[in-house]
Design a protein around this ligand. Structure first.
Ligand code: DC
Length: 226
């Protein structure tokens, strides 16, 4: 079987990570959450008190940021380390969530992170999820999946997730954040989230995880045979 790269793009909180992780486990591939890298950089800017209009400071923050994904065996998931420190939980808080789309709209940030992501994908066998993976990072990916679900369904899922993790948020806050991010991600000038070209569309508003997984695995098998 040939080794391929798989791009999974779509709106916030559609379950892209859950699907990407499942496919990667099935194939023994690496799973990369590209959004975590934008979040990690946002955390770095917040902690260093760098304003998002200060481009020279942002550029040097990019150069100083070293990303690694390490497997947490207990949770059976990959966690982001920024310069050797586990930041998996800090990058998910609402402070980071509220700023990350603005940071991700900055061209020099995108250029830098896209380069890092393309290096990771060079040897193939990568499942990467994000917003521009099939359009910019791996335009030649053998399989591109575009995930979507109704806004209210996504907000409820994310709210339950944050609640479970012990974060005190309201459903209204989560919904507002989601709508704001969808808007910025889809309307920014540099590589906006767009359903264009050769994506397979997966709307999981009314699908169980098992149904979604088997739909995606059929596409994976097809792509590996071509
Ligand atoms: O997938 P996520 O919600 O963790 O992503 C966080 C933010 O980063 C999201 O608002 C959009 C941005 N992002 C991006 O612009 N390009 C990517 N490839 C991944 C994420």
């Amino acid at each position: 079987m040939k080794r391929i790269n798989i791009a999974i793009d779509g709106y916030s909180s559609c379950g892209k990570g859950t699907l990407a992780k499942y496919i990667a486990q099935q194939l023994g591939y690496v799973f990369i959450d590209s959004g975590a890298m934008y979040r990690g950089l946002t955390l770095k800017l917040i902690e260093s008190n760098i304003d998002i209009s200060d481009l020279p400071a942002i550029e040097s923050a990019c150069k100083d940021a070293f990303f690694e994904f390490k497997l947490n065996q207990t949770k059976d998931s990959f966690e982001l380390y920024l310069n050797g420190r586990n930041v998996e939980s800090s990058i998910r808080n609402l402070k980071v969530s509220n700023l990350v789309s603005e940071v991700a709209a900055i061209s020099l940030v995108r250029k830098h992170l896209v380069r890092v992501q393309q290096t990771i994908g060079k040897s193939k066998g990568v499942v990467m999820d994000g917003r521009d993976i099939g359009t910019v990072v791996f335009p030649d990916a053998d399989l591109k999946i575009f995930m979507t679900a109704k806004t209210t369904v996504r907000a409820k899922r994310r709210f339950n997730e944050l609640n479970k993790a012990g974060m005190e948020v309201t459903l209204a806050d989560v919904l507002a954040n989601l709508k704001k991010r969808d808007y910025i991600d889809s309307n920014r000038e540099d590589s906006p989230l767009q359903l264009q070209g050769d994506y397979k569309v997966l709307d999981n508003s009314n699908l169980t995880i098992e149904q979604q997984n088997s739909m995606a695995m059929e596409w994976v098998q097809e792509s590996m045979q071509h």
